[in-house]
Design a protein around this ligand. Sequence first.
Ligand SMILES: [Fe+2]
Length: 198
Amino acid sequence: MATWTFLLKEFYSHKKMDPLFIIERFYTPGTKLHQVLVEHSQIVTKKSLEIARNLIHLNPDLDFIKDAAMLHDIGIYLTRAESIGCNGEAPYICHGYLGRMLLDEQGLTPEYGLVCERHTGAGITKENIISNGLPLPKRDMVPISLEEKIICAADKYHSKNPKHADKKITTIQIIEELEKINKNHAQRFSGWAEEFKL
Ligand SMILES: [Fe+2]
């Protein structure tokens, strides 16, 4: 008997990817959380495409970026972050790898889930996870592909928190904030900022 995952894979292989359709499987339209997620994801998608269009010589996959950026935060509802209306169980830092699990379960090809898993902070290394006792699976979660790096970088320019959502965030501010968390995060982001001319 065909499994649910198999049927979903069949579905997606015949249908053009629709990130909003996938989001609606987990978030009810009309709720605050759906609005917060969709608005943030649209802003990150726009920023990601802006960055990517300045890097045409590196041949970024614009179609993939458009869909993957819309889905990068799909795991947030499973975490606890009351300021943005998330009432799940897991610590907020888990939303990346939990999002990967959701997208893998939906039958999407693995690259989409990897964008979710590798976008928190400026990526998180296995060493960082172990030395800080972070509640994450012990593996490297650092952006590797150009598309993963672009979406991770773009995400830092917008806050989902409604109190800060309208604030313009500068590259310098991002580096300063990342430095407070971990020097390596700040260094990684600074490298992208230079490479992507942010
Ligand atoms: Fe995000």
